[in-house]
Design a binder for this molecule. Structure first.
Ligand code: SAM
Ligand code: SF4
Length: 335
């Protein structure tokens, strides 16, 4: 086993696999309303190709956590089989999924049976009109049913990811926390990042981690003594509340922009078309699909992955005047 190390001493043990760039929502901070071309099918890795790369990452490169994402990963037909193949690996990785929740009502049990451990469901508001404004679709009831099904299937702790957008849902944080506490879900806010396909991100319009904390002040949040480790979310305790497991309830904030955690990053990413990315904000990728389809051996693929990760930059550089937003939008990278 030779791990995925970089020149700053970080070791990647957490793999994010994007299974598709397609989606059934059009969240304003991620995708345009229309006009975004999908990845051609022949460029997308087949189920067997994805499973082979996951196997190599686990058996040879020390990956311990695998998270499936997209686009919307529940739209990937072979998802259950891909999860089952990953669950059969030794050592068995932890398997997680980030989803908008649409279709989870039907898939939660089959995914659990295939070996999925946990889900994160993205939900930015509980108000149907705001949901429609943010996602450009009227699907809030599907997401709520998906959350319920995930909890009932034991895909726990169920986490909720929330992005706040100024002037749309920036006052929704307290209601979302109330909802999460009532249902035993763990809520985490994510600062909006410059990864939208339209390149309209504006740092001054972004709702910051400090503002989110301020808006949660009625809850009297307390600093959490549990170390954050390599997790991107800083967490706070919510006094007087426990989660579904009887532990003190927590709320998290991922301050990707104002409180970067690049120094502790342990992630590597694989896009649906077989490119390794060392960072969400990477402007260069390494093409494993080409190697795969040119009959590369497992050892050759592992070595190419190692070389790709060794070049990882120290940080995302969003505040650097020379910062360049990556060409791929979030939906094609995998968040
Ligand atoms: N479709 C699935 C979903 O929405 O959960 C998985 C893919 S989505 C790209 C993964 C996560 O990225 C979601 O929680 C979403 O809210 C978040 N996200 C998308 N665009 C973002 C942006 N510009 N800044 C911060 N988070 C973003
Ligand atoms: Fe789709 Fe997720 Fe992007 Fe929303 S954030 S458009 S659900 S990929």
């Amino acid at each position: 086993m030779i791990p995925l190390a970089d020149r700053f001493g970080r070791v990647a043990t957490d793999l994010r696999v994007s299974l598709t760039d397609r989606c059934n929502l059009r969240c304003t901070y991620c995708m345009p309303e229309e006009g975004l071309a999908w990845m051609p099918r022949e460029q997308q890795l087949t189920d067997d190709e994805v499973s082979r790369l996951i196997r190599i990452s686990v058996e040879t490169l020390g990956i311990r956590d695998v998270r499936f994402t997209g686009g919307e990963p529940l739209l990937r037909r072979g998802l259950v089989g891909i999860v089952r193949a990953a669950a059969s690996l030794s050592p068995r990785p932890k398997l997680m999924l980030t989803t908008n929740g649409i279709g989870l009502e039907r898939l939660a049990e089959p995914l659990r049976d295939a070996g999925l451990d946990r889900v994160n469901v993205s939900l930015d508001t509980l108000d149907p009109a705001r949901f429609q404004a943010l996602t450009r679709r009227d699907r809030l009831p599907d997401v709520l049913r998906g959350l319920k099904a995930a909890a009932a299937a034991g895909l726990t702790p169920v986490k909720i990811n929330t992005v706040l957008m100024r002037g749309i849902n920036d006052d929704d944080a307290p209601a979302l926390l109330r909802f999460a506490l009532d249902h035993g879900y763990q809520l985490r806010f994510i600062e909006q990042m410059p990864l939208d396909a339209q390149h309209q991100w504006d740092r001054h319009a972004m709702v910051t981690a400090d503002e989110i904390l301020e808006s949660l002040s009625p809850y009297g949040l307390q600093p959490d003594s549990v170390s954050r480790g390599t997790a991107p979310a800083e967490t706070w305790l919510v006094p007087g509340h426990v989660d579904a497991a009887g532990e003190p309830a927590r709320v998290g904030i991922i301050g990707s922009v104002t409180r970067p955690f690049c120094g502790d990053c342990d992630r590597t990413r694989l896009t649906a078309d077989g490119q390794v990315r060392d960072c969400l904000f990477a402007t260069e990728e390494s093409d494993l699909r080409k190697l795969l389809r040119n009959n590369a051996t497992d050892a050759e693929l592992a070595e190419a992955w190692r070389v790709a990760m060794s070049r990882k930059r120290a940080g995302h550089g969003i505040d650097d005047p020379a910062f360049l937003q990556p060409a791929r939008p979030m939906s094609a990278i995998g968040g």
